[in-house]
Design a protein around this ligand. Structure first.
Ligand SMILES: [Zn+2]
Length: 306
């Protein structure tokens, strides 16, 4: 996603943190027991307070991977393919990932986004522990790391970030299918989101919206990116999950596979020069709800230390 969209989603995740844990699920999809929800909500309340206190760090931290670290080429994508889009997928697949009886592969050099999220999460867990023994680790530092992590988690929800069809074809990648990179769909889609997030962000007085006078344009996605924590319907849309520390990598790969599958629905292999504009607004809602809910779930997984 682009600059203002990253800031916007990080703010929304902070806003919804405590409330969305009422809507906490097991990874199986079942709603968590009342006791689990209550316990985790209490821990989430502390994290929400701390993130709110350090909100002024959102602007820098949520954009730091693109603006300071410049690790886009290695860690902002997780480009998957499967037999659904490339008949010769198995031949080129280096790393199989299974979900719902289907195998997805990642090519060499296909981006290590899921590894980055898993690794960064472990580092933050370690820093939280080390803080008990070393005053050099401040809560401000830890909150900064949570916000830095938000960038990678949000990027995992961009369908194109998880789809090899968004890549430049080469003889090391599957051949028997269609790539769409040359049509720059990725940028087109992120631009539409950026307009809507900036527009709503300015209305809501979220600070840090860059070039708002040029970017904030009322398009048909405004209501799709709007999330108001005082609105019960919106709260019910944000689903959170109990992710386990030791299997977080697997949970993140599943998030990437969901993004890949959305990409296949949005950009049909038969018609790869454009995306399906009729389903795009509702899919935007689905993507933003998932990004907010999964970000909260990963934050809480680290914070609650399960
Ligand atoms: Zn990025």
């Amino acid at each position: 996603m682009k600059h203002n969209s990253h800031i916007y989603v990080a703010y929304k995740a902070i806003d919804f943190l405590y409330e969305s844990l009422e809507n906490l699920h097991y990874e199986s999809g079942n709603i968590a027991s009342k006791k689990r929800r209550k316990d985790i909500r209490e821990k989430g309340r502390d994290l929400e307070r701390l993130l709110k206190f350090h909100k002024n760090r959102v602007l820098e931290a949520s954009w730091a991977p693109d603006g300071i670290l410049f690790d886009m080429a290695q860690y902002h994508t997780f480009k998957l393919f499967s037999k659904k889009d490339f008949k010769d997928a198995k031949k080129f697949g280096k790393e199989p990932h299974e979900k719902d009886d289907h195998t997805y592969y990642r090519a060499k050099g296909g981006g290590g986004l899921a590894f980055k999220i898993d690794h960064l999460s472990k580092i933050i867990s370690d820093i939280i522990k080390l803080r008990n023994y070393n005053d050099n680790y401040s809560l401000e530092h830890i909150m900064y790391m949570f916000l830095l992590l938000s960038h990678y988690v949000v990027d995992a929800h961009v369908p194109m970030h998880c789809d090899i069809r968004d890549d430049v074809p080469s003889d090391k990648k599957p051949q028997d299918g269609v790539y769409y990179e040359k049509f720059k769909l990725h940028n087109k889609i992120e631009k539409e989101w950026e307009k809507a997030c900036t527009y709503v962000g300015v209305q809501e007085e979220i600070p840090g919206m860059e070039n708002a006078d040029k970017i904030a344009i009322k398009n048909n996605l405004i209501e799709k990116v709007e999330f108001d924590v005082s609105n019960e319907l919106h709260r019910n849309e944000i689903k959170t999950y109990i992710f386990k520390r030791k299997s977080l990598m697997r949970s993140v790969v599943n998030i990437c596979i969901d993004s890949k599958n959305r990409s296949l629905i949005l950009v049909k292999s038969k018609n790869p020069e454009t995306y399906d504009k009729t389903i795009f607004p509702d899919m935007t809602r689905e993507i933003f709800s998932a990004a907010i809910g999964n970000l909260i779930s990963i934050w809480v997984c680290i914070w609650a230390g399960e």
